[in-house]
Design a protein around this ligand. Sequence first.
Ligand code: SF4
Length: 171
Amino acid sequence: MERILVSACLVGRRVRYDGAAKTSGDALLAAWRREGRLVPFCPEVEGGLPVPRPASEIEGGAGGAAVLAGAARVLTADGTDVTRAFLAGAQAALAVARSFGVRVAILKEGSPSCGGLSVYDGSFRGRRVPGVGVTAALLELHGVSVFTEDHVADAAVRLRELAEARPPDRS
Ligand code: SF4
């Protein structure tokens, strides 16, 4: 059974910076959850940050790859550097993905950790720019296909392609 890494907030866990969840109503995601295929994970909490916590953004909207390369930091609005926790959370997500043989992840869009298409621009003014979060970037670097909660159907297509090309390593 192919497992799917999913942002914990999308399956109802109250782990967001504001102490809330962002539960997805996607029927496919719900079906996979019933089948026990989902691996919920919150990189920011697993990286050591509390709930609730101050909102964070990648400086300059640089994106997760720049953070991984040491070229950009993750900051709160008051300038506190939380880069280390974001990197630790990304590494923990990768370790969990590997342990379950995960090849597809569905992550919360817009997050500085999980964003798969866009991130906030670092100004804390609610503006997004194209880019991916730190965890999403690390997972993609290691061959995991990342989809947002608005593209679960695309994730299903990818899972079918992968299953046809090579069965999952773990059941
Ligand atoms: S880090 Fe990811 S899983 Fe955790 S609250 Fe933010 S978007 Fe959700």
